[in-house]
Every structure is written in structure tokens, then in C-alpha cells.
Design a protein around this ligand. Structure first.
Ligand code: PAF
Length: 256
């Protein structure tokens, strides 16, 4: 089983004894094959791998979403054990926020649209916790999925702006066979909904359609899209299916 570390002090004491390259995979737990692919890549490229599992309340704009977020620490540790990950950093709220979130990191340009427009405060909470985690773990490399593409862009920007000495490694989105991007939120979809949700990928990757036409196609097929936009060489979307909010993005060069 991976060794569970609860506090920055405990991690620092452990780290002092390691003379290794460290790979870091930050997560909020409820691990799926997409997370495990990040961990596997980190294991290939580093001698020691740390996975953080912390459901970060400050990045949830909807308190019900935070309450309903599945906490599956035991299952997560078993999955990590099966691929030989070394450490799990699993702090609590008070450990991560000794200042009670009175210190925050924000970005004021690329965080203002798409996810930032529909999820007030989300990116400030996310950047704040990622900065704390990067500072605590002191990894050589940290691995993030491209599925949360705007998040990834903001993290890269923060790391450059604040001279954080951890290299950010972007990893491709993992998908079901039908194209649906893997996400912890998919657990809340029925099998029928999962099939239906694959339309999101289908329309998004149809580059004969404009962004507006993709949005209309989603509306006609029972989604409630919040945005479909082209940015950073990608087409990105967020859309609700029932009470589950799905996000996805496709590089434009994947045009069929
Ligand atoms: O992508 C996530 O799971 C979270 O936003 C992250 C990066 C672990 C920060 O809480």
C-alpha cells in the first residue's frame, strides 16, 4: 500500500531521507483510469511518486457539489497500490488552510471566461490549493490532465509567473471507447446517460460545425451547454446532462 502522509511536516521529514526525483499527481480522489494514467506516467519518469488526495472546498462554487463529491480513500489507495505508487498526501482542511483561506492566488485574464464565467471563485480556489501543494511536495515534475484545459493553462501561467521550480507535464485526456472523457463525475451518470453523453465528444469533434452549431446540436439533443468556444488551438465546452456537469475539449488538429 502507498504510505499515507497527513501533514507537510511529515512529508518534509520523509523527503529529507529520499535522494530521488519526485513526480507529483494532484487529485481530489475518486480515482479513475485517467488519474491512474497520470500516475503511471509519473512512475516511468521519476523514482518516487506522490499522489495527493484532497477535496478542496475552496474551488467548489456549489456547496452541494462539494458535499456530494465521492470520498473513496480506501479504494483509491488500493488502486494506487496495484500500480505501485509510493506515497499519498492526504491532508485535512485545517492543515491546508491554516490561514482560513485569507491568502489567495488569483489570475485576472484567462480565468475570466468559460469555466471562470460559470463557476465564480473556482479558479482562485484551484490555483491557491495547487500553489500550496506544489510548495509542500517540492516535486521535480507535476502531472495534469488536458481534460481540464483551462485549469492546465492557468497552472502553467502561475508556475511561470511565480518561478515555481516544478515542471508541469500535460497529459492527454483518457476516453471511454465511445469518446466520453473519463471523469469522476461520470459515476453519477446511468449507463444510458453515459451512452448519450458521448454525443458531447461527437459534436465537439465535428469541425464541419461552427461553435454555435455545436451548441445548438447539444441543446437539441437534451444537453444544457454553458459554452462552446475555440481558444488555445482547441474547441472547449461545458454542458449539463441532467444534474451532471460535463466538460471536454479537443485539439483543432484532430479535425476529421
Ligand atoms: O483537477 C483536479 O482534480 C483539481 O482541480 C486539483 C488540480 C487536484 C486541485 O484541487
Amino acid at each position: 500500500m502507498p504510505i499515507i502522509i497527513k501533514t507537510p511536516t511529515e512529508w518534509r521529514k520523509t523527503q529529507e531521507k529520499l535522494n530521488h526525483t519526485i513526480g507529483f499527481v494532484p487529485t481530489m480522489g475518486n480515482l479513475h483510469a485517467g488519474h491512474l494514467a497520470l500516475v503511471e506516467r509519473a512512475l516511468k519518469e521519476n523514482e518516487t511518486v506522490v499522489v495527493s488526495i484532497f477535496v478542496n472546498h475552496t474551488q467548489f462554487n456549489d456547496p452541494a457539489d462539494y458535499d456530494n463529491y465521492l470520498r473513496t480513500l480506501d479504494e483509491d489507495c488500493s488502486k494506487l497500490d496495484a500500480i505501485n505508487a509510493h506515497y499519498v498526501f492526504n491532508p485535512n482542511k485545517d492543515t491546508m488552510y491554516p490561514e482560513n483561506y485569507e491568502v489567495q492566488v488569483s489570475e485576472n485574464t484567462d480565468s475570466e471566461f468559460m469555466e471562470g464565467q460559470f463557476r465564480q471563485g473556482h479558479f482562485t480556489g484551484m490555483l491557491t490549493v495547487v500553489l500550496k501543494l506544489l510548495n509542500i511536495i517540492g516535486a521535480d515534475k507535476a502531472y495534469f490532465g488536458e481534460k481540464d484545459f483551462q485549469q492546465l493553462k492557468l497552472i502553467q501561467k502561475m508556475v511561470n509567473a511565480l518561478f515555481i521550480p516544478t515542471e508541469i507535464i500535460a497529459c492527454p485526456t483518457m476516453r471511454e471507447e465511445n469518446g466520453l472523457a473519463l471523469s469522476s463525475r461520470n459515476n453519477r451518470l446511468t449507463d444510458d446517460e453515459k451512452n448519450h453523453a458521448s454525443l458531447l465528444y461527437k459534436y465537439l469533434s465535428d469541425f464541419n460545425l461552427s461553435d454555435l452549431e455545436v451548441k445548438e446540436a447539444l441543446e437539441k439533443t437534451g444537453f444544457r451547454p454553458e459554452y462552446v468556444e475555440t481558444k488555445w488551438g482547441r474547441r472547449l465546452t461545458a454542458a449539463w446532462l441532467g444534474d451532471v456537469r460535463l466538460i471536454d475539449n479537443i485539439p483543432i488538429q484532430e479535425r476529421k
